[in-house]
Design a protein around this ligand. Structure first.
Ligand SMILES: C[S@@+](CC[C@H](N)C(=O)[O-])C[C@H]1O[C@@H](n2cnc3c(N)ncnc32)[C@H](O)[C@@H]1O
Length: 210
């Protein structure tokens, strides 16, 4: 997007929470691929979606430094829980420290490990799932999670435009192929409906039919 327009969006949206602003800055100073962190506009959008759904249980696949988890947790029903799974154990201390700074640590269960192994062990029904892990695994995450989403519940999937590379059907790039496979699979699923919004890198909203 045109830089001036992006600046306009920021100037005319509620300012970023200071804890998230600090988390975002520190992520950029201390980690590789800091652009994986959700950031202000999409983060606020995730927060609003969560506030609208008022979920009891949220699952996040791909914590990274915790930005999106802190946004999503804000919409939980009283007594609700967010489970977030991250493969890279070096991120754990950092994200946990920000969950504490944001005052949401008691509502978040952080699990370190591979979501493909962990999801089958989760004995919970989720009202909201945020898929933001390895793009090559999106289709598999969906297959593992769909029976654990309550009828009428929602799944959000990030980066489904993958910088526009999804238009290149001939690509051999594994991540792009993963996103293309996921988008095609969702298009042919019978028990859901979905919409892709051009928010940031493409955000897909999926609703499991009641
Ligand atoms: C795009 S980042 C997540 C960004 C985060 N949701 C946010 O918005 O701030 C993707 C994360 O998924 C993690 N990841 C990749 N494959 C995974 C897997 N199979 N299980 C759990 N985490 C995984 C990566 O280590 C990385 O930290």
């Amino acid at each position: 997007m045109n830089r001036k327009l992006e600046q306009y969006l920021h100037e005319h949206s509620t300012p970023e929470d200071p804890v998230l602003e600090n988390l975002f800055r520190q992520t950029h100073l201390r980690f590789v691929n800091p652009n994986m962190a959700t950031g202000h506009l999409q983060g606020k959008f995730l927060e609003f979606i969560s506030l609208m759904i008022k979920p009891e249980n949220i699952l996040e696949i791909g914590t990274f430094t915790g930005y999106s988890a802190i946004c999503l947790v804000k919409g939980l029903k009283p007594g609700g829980k967010l489970i977030t799974i991250e493969l890279n154990d070096e991120l754990n201390t950092f994200s946990q420290s920000y969950f504490c700074r944001a005052g949401v640590e008691s509502k978040i269960t952080q699990i370190t490990g591979n979501a493909l192994d962990i999801i089958p062990q989760l004995d919970l029904i989720f009202d909201l799932v945020f898929i933001d892990g390895d793009k090559r695994e999106y289709a598999e995450y969906f297959r593992l999670i769909i029976d654990k989403v309550r009828p009428g519940g929602f799944i959000l999937a990030d980066n489904v435009l993958w910088g526009g590379k999804v238009l290149d059907n001939e690509t051999c790039d594994a991540q792009t192929r993963g996103v293309i496979e996921f988008n095609e699979m969702i298009k042919n699923e019978k028990n859901i409906e979905n919409v892709i919004l051009p928010v940031r890198d493409g955000l897909m909203l999926i609703r499991k039919k009641a």
